[in-house]
Design a protein around this ligand. Structure first.
Ligand code: BEZ
Length: 395
């Protein structure tokens, strides 16, 4: 044999040996997928801190109920306190996306912060599940195949309450809220339905987020003598607003209506000041379904706390993630298949089953509730299967 032929044979034999060493035998068990990296970006300080904690509790409860894994993958959490501060939002979300390289972002509460998250998610292609913030744009002009919401759009509870207040026969309403996307859009939704129903919003009052110096605005309401007031506040600000409204003597003369955040997770702190208030939301404390009863019991056992709407939204964010991830057998890179599975799913929520719209926002019943004792009691369904109009969404 010539030296060059022998060289060729030797090289071929060693290549075959190397390939054989690399080849996975047909019978070997599949390697477990690495831990799923979940980036929680939520407020853990400030006026929305309790909301962030409830969302995380709900999210973790759902995972615990499915054996501590999502679609068979163990979970590793990365957490950022976003402080409900839009000016820090892009840096904060990039800590999770660029530094920690998370597989999925879950957040947040504040609409302004959520819009920054949606921009980064859209640009980077990272999966984002929004477990509260109602910014209409997230499932409107900024909608994307990799962005989902387990909560609501700001338009939804506002629109439902506009119909309720018009049907009650009120004609002139003053609105009061924080001046930022959530407050503005909640009032806009209310006004759209209320004016369609024959009412008129005569004054729109606001103060910067998260200020709670309500006194001057309450004096303006008293002077305007409207038939009713519509409001959006949440968390610590909602507690103070409801107490101040009652203390100013307005509660007995000018009925107060609100998007349900005004009394959700706040009733212990509000005491008698909240008694009797009517609100609209996609959850209530007394739905009376076996699904909700099981959820409430499990939550109370796990955290020694009663759940609220934020806990439900966190729980359902995990359900949405599990639905998509199960369909792709844990392979989060299969984005189109993930989205297709979530789009056709019915999420078995404690609030009642819901599906997602084409823009990935819940299509859901909006309940009318009334505060009785320390509960947001169900009065009825204010708006059945209410679908956000998803204005500006091209998907
Ligand atoms: C928001 O900013 O979208 C929001 C905050 C708290 C409760 C509801 C909505």
């Amino acid at each position: 044999m010539t030296p060059s032929r022998r060289n060729l044979l030797v090289r071929a034999a060693s290549t075959a040996a190397a390939l054989a060493a690399l080849a996975v035998p047909a019978t070997s068990p599949a390697q477990p997928l690495p831990k799923l990296k979940v980036g929680l970006m939520l407020p853990y300080t400030g006026t929305f801190a309790a909301l962030g904690n409830a969302i995380e509790n709900g999210f973790r409860l759902q995972i615990a109920e499915t054996g501590g894994k999502i679609a068979g993958r163990e979970v590793e959490f990365f957490k950022v306190d976003d402080e409900s501060d839009p000016s820090k939002a892009t840096d904060n979300v990039n800590k999770l996306v660029k530094r920690d390289q998370v597989d999925v972002l879950v957040g947040t509460v504040h609409s302004g912060v959520a819009m920054a998250m949606a921009k980064v998610a859209k640009d980077s292609g990272t999966l984002l599940i929004v477990p509260n913030a109602g910014a209409d744009a997230v499932t409107g002009a900024m909608c994307a195949p990799n962005i989902f919401r387990s909560s609501f759009s700001n338009w939804q509870p506002g629109y439902a309450m506009g119909e309720v207040v018009a049907k009650k026969g009120h004609k002139k309403v003053v609105t009061i809220t924080w001046k930022y996307a959530a407050g503005d859009e909640s009032v806009k939704g209310f006004k759209e339905a209320f004016e369609k129903g024959g009412g008129q919003v005569v004054k729109e009052l606001s103060l910067p987020f998260p200020n709670v110096e309500f006194q001057a605005l309450l004096t303006e309401i008293a002077a305007a003598k409207p038939d009713a007031v519509y409001t959006f506040f949440a968390g610590g600000g909602a507690v103070k607003f409801v107490k101040d409204y009652a203390a100013a003597g307005l509660k007995k003369n000018v009925p107060l209506y609100g998007a349900g955040f005004i009394t959700d997770g706040t009733l212990e702190a509000q005491g008698d000041a909240a008694d009797g208030l009517f609100t609209t939301l996609h959850y209530a404390d007394s739905l009376g379904t076996p699904r909700d009863a099981a959820f409430r019991l499990a939550y109370a056992k796990a955290y020694k706390l009663q759940p609220d709407v934020y806990a439900v939204q966190g729980y359902d964010a995990a359900q949405i993630l599990a639905t998509g991830l199960t369909a792709v057998k844990g392979d989060i890179s299969k984005k189109a298949e993930f989205a297709a599975a979530v789009e056709k799913a019915k999420i078995d929520s404690p609030r009642g089953p819901f599906s997602l719209s084409k823009a990935h926002n819940p299509v859901q019943d909006i309940y009318l509730r009334q505060v009785v004792g320390k509960e947001n009691k169900l009065v009825g369904v204010a708006s059945k299967a209410l679908t956000d109009p998803a204005r500006g969404c091209r998907m």
